[in-house]
Ligand binder design. Structure first.
Ligand code: HPA
Length: 236
């Protein structure tokens, strides 16, 4: 039992899928895991453990944004010994190099959050993905190509969904950033701190250049492709 997770030690698997939306966690557990059992619903942030191809796997909602995500990531690694965390989320595309429904495997993430600055006393730490997980996710997407394109590149983890700094998009894209979401930078930093493995995979749910958005049905379909890549990578 940790402060925000009501599981007993041992109820959480060392391999974790980590969507933002707790109902997405429920959908993943019901759709992909065998014998999935709910281990926590504190604050409605659902967590389940089941098996996938013989591997014990958990799936836990993180909430939106780095402060919420960090509460769960800290407790999962500190109190439950989670070794591998794969975020399965959505992001907005910042460039036409990326299309709606494409999948982005994040090799690193910049941020406007103060979380890393506070941690490093103003120094700009560079949060990066676990290379083994990244390589396994790329291999999984090549072995079983999803319907949409898969990109490997950096994300921008924003503290504000409703940005007040739209002028940041141009220099970010100029420096190779593909998409915007709200969690990856903090997740990579915390995994590095605990010496654990983390990777973030995001499906493009909305396009900030074209204004296009996916429907709920489309999101479910492409999310499925992303979950398969995440499960293969996390268990390899
Ligand atoms: N901005 C921030 N986070 C997001 C977005 C977005 O456009 N889409 C999905 N997560």
């Amino acid at each position: 039992m940790s402060t925000h997770i009501a599981a007993e030690p041992g109820q959480v698997a060392p391999i974790m899928l980590f969507p933002g939306d707790p109902l997405r966690a429920k959908w993943i557990a019901e759709t992909f895991l065998e014998d999935a059992e709910l281990y926590s619903q504190t604050r409605g942030m659902l967590g389940f453990t089941g098996t996938w191809e013989g591997h014990r796997v958990s799936v836990q909602g993180s909430g939106m944004g780095q402060p919420s995500m960090a509460i769960y990531a800290n407790e999962l690694m500190e109190s439950y010994g989670v070794e591998t965390i794969v975020r399965v989320g959505s992001c907005g595309a910042l460039t036409e190099r990326v299309a709606l429904r494409d999948i982005i495997i994040a090799n690193g993430a910049s941020t406007d959050s103060a979380i890393n600055r506070v941690r490093f006393h103003g120094l700009d730490y560079a949060p990066v993905a676990d290379f083994g997980l990244l390589r396994a996710a790329v291999a999984a997407s090549e072995a079983e190509p999803p319907a949409s394109a898969v990109h490997v590149g950096p994300l921008f983890s924003s503290d504000q969904f409703y940005t007040t700094r739209a002028e940041l998009t141009e220099p970010l894209v100029r420096h190779g950033v593909l998409g915007v979401e709200m969690e990856t930078s903090g997740l990579y930093t915390l995994a590095a701190y605990y010496g654990r493995r983390a990777l973030s995979i995001c499906t493009v749910s909305d396009h900030l250049v074209t204004g296009a958005e996916t429907t709920a049905h489309e999101r479910e379909q492409t999310f499925g492709d992303m979950i398969r890549i995440a499960l293969r990578a996390a268990t390899s």
